[in-house]
Design a protein around this ligand. Structure first.
Ligand SMILES: O=C(O)CCC(=O)C(=O)O
Length: 265
């Protein structure tokens, strides 16, 4: 028996836009009830500091408190292992609106969610937060190919003042020399050729419920949160089933979730 085609899906134009630009925003994809449940899990995780978490002092980004003991050092930056915190995350990842679009972006291939990467709620608190420099997520990941897509769920508003993501369109298709990166594999901002590219950046402004899909080689960065309200974003990454983690790597060390097959039109 053949399954019915997806009720909701990306248009050919959106798919082409993703492949050309390295990112795509789908507005209002997360139902309010799902988003509110994710926010409630986030608030409980913060209120009770439910492990595993990453503190601002541990990220060591520009603006981070110098140590866990310093003022703001124990401000939570990431609620890690989001998938295991509440079924709402996994259920949404496996739902047609998300899994179907991912499978489209992977040309119909089955989709796998590694739990080793992202799989967190990123929190940016008003009092203490830090800048994330320009980078490609692929830098510390080990797969046969740089063929992964991350999904950024806007749980609230995101704009430049509260530290939204900025992306460099088309950067996933460009080649770079090793000397364009620093020792931690951030894109150097002191080189004129890098500066020229960085000038093409655009902010990813999101409303609650919007979803950003971005390629694992798309350059992105974000500033600290300059407002008096926290910012919450849930982030997960996905690979097509045929792009395997390299044996023995950190990417191969954690469990993975096979998303349901979504019939393509
Ligand atoms: O500061 C941010 O929100 C960006 C975080 C980020 O890009 C990352 O963790 O890969």
């Amino acid at each position: 028996m053949s399954l019915p085609a997806l009720a909701s899906c990306l248009s050919d134009l959106e798919i082409a836009q993703f492949h050309d630009q390295g990112f795509l925003i789908v507005r209002g994809l997360i139902p309010d009830a799902v988003r509110e449940a994710m926010v409630a899990v986030t608030q409980a995780g913060l209120a009770h500091e439910i492990a595993p978490v990453e503190f601002e002092a541990e990220v060591r980004y520009p603006g981070s408190p110098a140590s866990l003991e310093a003022a703001g050092g124990r401000t939570v930056r990431r609620l890690k292992q989001a998938y295991s915190r509440d079924p709402v995350f996994g259920e949404w990842m496996c739902s047609e609106p998300l899994a179907g679009r991912l499978q489209q972006l992977f040309d119909g291939r089955r989709v796998v969610m590694p739990l080793a990467h992202h799989n967190c709620v990123m929190t940016k608190q008003p009092q203490f937060s830090s800048d994330t420099l320009w980078h490609q997520d692929m830098r510390y990941w080990s797969y046969a190919r740089p063929d992964l897509i991350s999904v950024w769920l806007g749980l609230g508003e995101e704009h430049p003042e509260n530290g939204c993501l900025w992306v460099i369109p088309g950067s996933h298709r460009m080649s770079f020399r090793p000397e364009q990166f620093d020792a931690a594999l951030f894109f150097r901002t002191d080189l004129p050729e890098n500066q020229e590219l960085i000038q093409t950046k655009i902010p990813v402004e999101l409303q609650p419920g919007d979803v950003l899909f971005f390629h694992s080689l798309t350059f992105h960065a974000a500033s600290k949160n300059y407002t008096n309200q926290p910012k919450f974003s849930a982030v997960f990454t996905f690979r097509p089933a045929d792009n395997l983690p390299r044996p023995g790597s950190r990417s191969a060390a954690a469990a993975e979730l096979l998303l349901p097959d979504m019939p393509q039109a």
